[in-house]
Design a protein around this ligand. Structure first.
Ligand SMILES: Cc1ncc(C[n+]2csc(CCOP(=O)(O)OP(=O)(O)O)c2C)c(N)n1
Ligand SMILES: [Mg+2]
Length: 611
């Protein structure tokens, strides 16, 4: 009989998490960097007792909002290229459901995170316990069932021995490149505290090495033939390029063959912005160079992209083109009629480099793309050049980019900024661009910036956030101060939901309920964001104009605590250059002439695409 150790389920779970290891660039590290925790009656006695005293092996950090701590954990995993993760423990009820949005965000973005919400008593002894959802028709439902559709693996731990299987299964999902996403283990409150004799061997350290599936020979050969036969091939690099560490071989492949590369939001930064084959961003928020290349291409090769509608211009940009999808997940690889090459991006691209030998694209295709990039660079200059008017998002981005330096990371998620950043931010290195645009979740920015900083404390983190997103969720700014993880926040105050206000008018609507001034109010708010940030412990200032911003960015660099710079911006300006159509359905019936006109234009566009 093997040795046994008597532990509570929560003690065993914490001990097991601390024993999971990974390899990053040859160095062995804990897979779980630590545990975010907000305690309540649903986890303080069980999980709280287990985590106290484990700080060295599994540090615990206190957050201010469960969604915020989920964002920090997810951003950490994204910045760690899915090689490492964090866990999050909450109480039952509202603590747990506060984290559901985080689970959805991780699910959409295929990012690993372990959610450990407390759950109702398995024994039902105090039924209904405080915060228990009562379902008169279903005795096994709890608030945590909300996690099911947004978890890659969901389990409810109703007996202490269940974790012997549930935990390895959870790791199998977290570390599998195709299945990767959030795991939720709902921990019944009584079971957390229940003892069991666990086999000592269960807690032996285990190293989880990243798996790199090689492509099928037939699928690879078909792709090589497709490229050799193409006159104008284009590569679309998605987040999978970064997660597989394929940026080096992608740069070599592009340089060696001359195949141009465009980037999705998640893939941005795969290629340095000034690489000779770099076309910049693609799609709805794409550069004119990348979108022109997509229109002229006779072969599009997606690498590690899930073909979200912003990438494909709502399926109009690649329509009718031969499409090959290199993806580690077969359901992504076969999307939209693509010919599939299922496999790890780096493995497939390395095989491509070898198979293509000294094959090169036509000189004319190369020249056309170089010319298009030169044109785009002029548009970039025009959009980002400072002026004396109320600054645009683009001008602010230009200033932050000039001041941030080559090793910084910019973080963003929602509002008008992600589109502007996708077009205009010039990435020097992979990991320098961190925009969550799978869920585009308002409130990700500040907590996400904290997670990025925790993944690599040596890098400067610049969070760019709108006033709307800031007001929605800013509380982990205090956590960044408390933990000593400095982030610099640039808060663009255009006094409302600027991008939705523009979209509203773009679909024929009257300005309504987006900008503060267009919304029901007794008093028009005039929010002192700098004072607010200072109250949370950050250093903060409000600046006037682009020159003032650049000077403040210098002061922020010298600060050793988190620093918030507030700047008023124009809510109506976006970068006109580049871009592509996006499908936003317009009402068929309206008394408003502008809506009727927008609907006619919408119908024409859809009819044009169908014929
Ligand atoms: C949680 C959440 N709620 C709603 C939305 C829809 N939405 C997208 S952008 C936006 C407005 C964001 O305002 P702000 O942060 O000020 O940025 P701006 O649009 O002004 O650039 C809204 C409401 C969202 N993306 N996320
Ligand atoms: Mg705004």
């Amino acid at each position: 009989m093997s040795d046994m150790v008597r532990l509570t389920m929560a003690q065993a779970l914490s001990r097991w998490l601390a024993a999971q290891r990974t390899q990053v660039d040859g160095a062995e590290l804990p897979y779980f960097a630590g545990m975010w925790a907000i305690f309540g009656h649903g986890n303080v006695a069980g999980m709280g007792e287990a985590l106290a005293g484990m700080e060295a092996a599994l540090p615990t950090w206190r957050a201010h909002n469960e969604q915020g701590m989920a964002h920090a954990a997810i951003a950490f995993a994204k910045a760690s290229r899915r090689q490492r993760a964090m866990a999050c423990t909450t109480s039952i009820g509202p603590g747990a459901t506060n984290m559901v949005t985080g689970a959805a965000l991780a699910h959409v973005n295929r990012l690993p995170v372990l959610f450990l919400p407390g759950d109702v008593y398995a024994s039902r002894r105090p039924d209904p316990v405080l915060q228990q959802i009562e379902d008169f028709g279903d005795g096994v439902v709890s608030a945590n069932d909300c996690f099911r559709p947004v978890s890659r693996y969901f389990d409810r731990i109703t007996r202490p021995e269940q974790i012997l299987d549930a935990l390895p299964r959870a790791m199998g999902i977290l570390t599998d490149p195709a299945l990767c996403g959030p795991v939720t283990l709902a921990l019944c409150q009584d079971v957390q505290a229940e003892a069991y004799d666990y086999p000592v061997g269960f807690f032996a350290p285990r190293v989880w090495r990243p798996r790199r599936p090689r492509p099928d020979r037939g699928e690879l050969a078909a792709l090589v033939d497709a490229i050799r036969g193409a006159k104008a091939p284009l590569i679309v690099a998605g987040g999978g390029v970064l997660y597989s560490g394929a940026e080096g071989v992608l740069a070599d492949l592009a340089a060696g063959t001359g195949i141009p590369v465009a980037e999705t939001q998640a893939g941005k930064g795969a290629l340095a912005w000034d690489h000779r084959q770099a076309l910049g961003s693609i799609g709805v928020t794409g550069t004119s160079a990348a979108n022109a290349a997509a229109e002229a291409a006779d072969l599009i090769v997606g690498v590690g992209t899930r073909l979200q509608d912003f990438t494909t211009g709502s399926r109009t940009l690649f329509a009718g083109k031969r499409l090959v999808q290199i993806n580690v997940a077969a359901p992504d690889a076969i999307k939209q009629g693509a010919e599939a090459v299922v496999g790890d991006a780096r493995e497939v691209l390395e095989a491509l480099v070898e198979a293509l030998g000294d094959w090169q694209v036509d000189a004319a295709w190369r020249e056309a793309n170089r010319g298009a990039v030169a044109e785009w660079n002029k548009a970039w200059d025009a959009a980002t050049a400072p002026s004396s008017a109320l600054p645009s998002d683009a001008q602010v981005i230009g200033a932050v980019w000039r001041q941030a330096g080559d090793d910084a990371t910019v973080v963003c998620a929602a509002g008008g900024l992600p589109g502007e950043l996708h077009k205009l931010w010039r990435s020097h290195r992979p990991g320098g661009y961190h925009v969550e645009y799978g869920f585009s979740c308002m409130g990700y920015e500040i907590a996400g910036g904290l997670g990025v900083k925790m993944a690599d404390p040596a890098r400067d983190v610049y969070v760019m956030v709108g006033d709307g997103s800031y007001l929605m969720l800013n509380s982990e700014l205090a956590t960044s101060v408390m933990l000593g993880h400095k982030i610099t926040v640039i808060l663009l105050d255009n006094r409302g939901y600027g991008c939705i206000n523009r979209l509203q008018q773009g679909t024929g609507g009257r300005p309504f309920n987006n900008l503060l001034a267009d919304s029901a109010h007794a008093t028009l708010p005039d929010i002192d964001f700098a004072a607010h940030a200072r109250s949370l412990g950050a250093a903060a200032e409000k600046v006037d104009g682009i020159a003032g911003l650049e000077a403040a960015l210098g002061r922020a660099k010298a600060s050793d605590t988190s620093y918030v710079i507030v700047i008023d911006t124009d809510p109506m300006i976006t970068t006109e250059a580049g871009g592509h159509w996006w499908d936003v359905a317009v009402p068929e019936v309206s008394g408003r002439a502008e809506v009727q006109a927008a609907r006619r234009a919408y119908d024409d566009k859809i009819k044009g695409e169908r014929s």
